[in-house]
Design a protein around this ligand. Structure first.
Ligand code: MG
Length: 300
């Protein structure tokens, strides 16, 4: 898509988002950071069926040639994110910052490693406890290694499923020293560590010496990223902007923490394509990152 065609297809609000992002991304070195599910990939009935929007994928690939860093920061396992995107030039932060893959090299937070056993035990207990109450064909439990997701999107009555599931998940997490956090038709279990998308993004900015960072996200776990970037901006350290990708079920906290919004995954993809087209037409802003080994030093 050319700059002209992408601009012609966009609303004034979308063009304002593109301009805000471009202002930040021209602060070199800079990064475009995005969540996956609900942001560049439409929410699917199950996580295994989700596919990254082709336009977003094209834009991310172009941006790897224009920007210092293009990163995915997701709740998925980083290898899963890498498989979905298939772009080796991206940094893949996964499991809410507990893990990442940089230039093909995986890293896991050392303290999160210890959670693998407790997590598997807690997920098994949740499944047993739910199925003891009802057959729950809607129940989908995803063990992502150092975090886990219990999905109830397939439930005929999601509110009833959440009411059944949440106290069970909370009790199992407490028994095994884990934390629970809600999301869009999911309950997440994670290690009780002060690691989240916000700390992960702050570490990326610091480790890579970034002067600008844009983050696209759609859910409550992305709010940590939005707030981290807002704090850096308020410090005068880094230019940032945060874009909420909206859906009918978008939590209010997401909108409140973001600077701007786009109306869904397709609009997000269109926005990314317009950003990529503009930056590509301007030429590379900086040599794509030779990502440093400091990212693997275990400090985040
Ligand atoms: Mg998401």
């Amino acid at each position: 898509m050319t700059d002209a065609t992408s601009a012609a297809a966009m609303t004034p609000d979308q063009l304002a988002v593109v301009d805000a992002c471009l202002d930040v991304l021209r602060q070199t070195p800079s990064a475009l950071i995005t969540d996956i599910d609900g942001t560049v990939s439409a929410i699917a009935p199950t996580p295994f069926e989700a596919v990254v929007h082709a336009g977003a994928l094209r834009a991310l690939e172009i941006l790897t040639g224009c920007l210092h860093t293009v990163a995915v920061v997701s709740g998925r396992a980083p290898a899963d994110g890498a498989a979905m995107c298939g772009l080796p030039g991206l940094i893949y932060v996964g499991n809410h910052g507990m893990e990442r893959i940089v230039q093909g090299a995986p890293w896991t937070h050392p303290a999160a490693e210890a959670a693998r056993g407790p997590l598997a035990a807690a997920l098994a207990e949740i499944e047993a406890a739910v199925r003891a109450q009802e057959e729950a064909p809607w129940l989908l439990i995803e063990n992502k290694g150092v975090t886990g997701t219990v999905h109830y999107r397939l439930a005929p009555d999601p509110a009833a499923a959440a009411a059944l599931l949440e106290p069970i998940a909370l009790a199992a997490a407490e028994r095994h020293g884990l934390r629970v956090s809600p999301g869009r038709m999911i309950v997440e279990l994670r290690p009780a560590l002060a690691v989240n998308k916000g700390t992960a993004i702050r570490d990326l900015v610091a480790d890579l010496g970034l002067r600008g960072a844009v983050f696209f996200g759609d859910d409550v776990t992305d709010v940590d990223g939005f707030l981290a970037l807002r704090a850096l901006r308020d410090d005068g350290t880094v230019a940032t902007t945060c874009i909420a990708v909206l859906a009918p079920e978008t939590p209010e906290a997401v909108v409140a923490a973001a600077d701007l919004s786009v109306a869904g995954v397709t609009a997000c993809a269109l926005t990314l394509e317009a950003i990529a087209a503009r930056l590509e037409s301007e030429g590379a802003l900086s040599t794509p990152a030779e990502v440093r080994n400091e990212l693997d030093d275990g400090n985040g």
